[in-house]
Design a protein around this ligand. Structure first.
Ligand code: RP5
Length: 163
């Protein structure tokens, strides 16, 4: 197994269903990754250790998903200079997801989090792959092929409609 280049973390095991597409995307694009649960509020020391060791362990980007008072992505971003991609999770006690979106999106100047759409884990996987792909021709080629496959799908549907 190669050294993970992307870390996928989430505030609770209950986020796994929403976060799985990030892992699937990275798998499909051949980007090695790791997945674990890190809670900003319930395992704060673990969060600090994870974020502070991430770059030393070889990670190039961190995808962090959380719901409700979703402080994990922002706090992790404050503890590393790696790019952090935030996924707001619409958890069951969520105020329609807005709590998750706003607590990840509204970062103070100086500490950026690349915030995805609500439950947007697939794009988080793609964004992390793009970061890795900027330095890896192999991953970049797979991303190109992926985007071509999206175009082909749409053009096939156009043909079906027009026939
Ligand atoms: C957040 O609270 C987690 O990210 C999750 O989205 C939400 C609910 O967590 P559980 O109560 O299911 O553990 O911290």
């Amino acid at each position: 197994m190669s050294t993970p280049l992307v870390g996928i973390i989430m505030g609770s095991q209950s986020d796994m269903g929403v976060m799985a597409p990030a892992a699937e995307m990275l798998e499909q694009l051949g980007v090695p990754f790791e997945v674990t649960v890190v809670s900003a509020h319930r395992t704060p020391v673990r969060m600090v250790e994870y974020a502070q060791s991430a770059a030393k362990r070889g990670l190039k980007a961190i995808i962090a998903g959380a719901g409700g008072a979703a402080h994990l992505p922002g706090m992790v971003a404050s503890l590393t200079t790696l790019p952090v991609i935030g996924v707001p999770v619409k958890s069951r006690n969520s105020i329609d997801g807005w709590d998750s979106v706003l607590s990840i999106l509204q970062m103070p100047g100086g500490i950026p989090v690349a915030t995805m759409a609500l439950d947007g884990a697939q794009n988080a996987g793609l964004m992390a792959a793009r970061i890795v792909g900027a330095f890896s021709p192999e991953v970049s080629e797979k991303l190109e092929a992926y985007q071509e496959s999206l175009e082909t799908k749409v053009m096939d549907s156009v043909k079906n409609i027009e026939e």
